[in-house]
Design a protein. Sequence first.
Length: 349
Amino acid sequence: MRAMKAIKRFVSAGICAAMVLGLAGCSSNGGTAFTGGKRIVRISHAQSETHPEHIGLLAFKEYIEENLGDQYEVQIYPNELLGAAQKAIELTQTGAIDFVVAGTANLETFADVYEIFSMPYLFTSEEAYHATMEDTDYMDQIYASTDDAGFRVLTWYNAGTRNVYATSKIETPEDLKGLKIRVQQSPASVSMIEAFGAAASPMSFGEVYTAIQQGVIDGAENNELALTNNKHGEVAKYYTYTLHQMVPDMLIGNLKFLNGLSDEELKIFQEAARISREVEMEAWDDQVEEAKNIAKNEMGVEFIDVDIDVFKAKVEPLHEQMLSENEDIRDIYEHIQEINAVYAEEGGN
């Protein structure tokens, strides 16, 4: 693993260096890169080439090149090759790359309204979660909140439900006491894990495998695909369905690039984003079931269903605390509660 990590860092450094040189050599074109007269569009993400988000981005690339192939070539960089999410967002801010897929926790430092998605047990069902994210008119207001930072969200990707997995069995919050659990770099996620009774360890997603393997942390919290796509099931054999968060990933675009597109081009990029989300969501549903089968039958991971009410009781005070500390999330919180109520009446849980 150390050798692979070193290779990854070397490749990342090499690509970034090449990008810097390429950008420097193309400064007369506004800091963009061209190949054969085509504008290169670079997209960074943290997942593997088999992950649903990568599959969705391939659909994005296909649609752009089918409709604007004489003008644009889309290049996708998976596996954090251009850096971890926060670094890749900064590169997108400056225009060194054009798009990045990142979790909402990474956006909190740019627009604190995104903190809402780190609130534990925010949604009462996956149906309510999807309905909220598909309320395009409302979400467009949220997406515009990072305009001052130089980028805007084009669409969201399903990242499932987040649950705790570790090297020891977790059935109640008491089982988390004394454990070190990796969380996203979000204050709300840190508070949540600490309310459960564990010690929170924020770190880059790419560092989790080695950290668990070496005993630096005892586990993490994420969806089922982390067990297989990122091989966490090799080092953490207990996956507990705490269902504590439903957090989307976002496709983020450099605002200067988006504003520089013609109306027709922008519509094509927006449609490509919509198609990529549909493809990602379909692949997601298929891969979650496959990941559970592989993790259970080939990796020896035990999946544990628990009474989530005892976990929820530990963190419910965080709702009012977060609302009192961040007034910017109150409107969307109330909007989500209305959607929760609709799905509760229809039999959601």
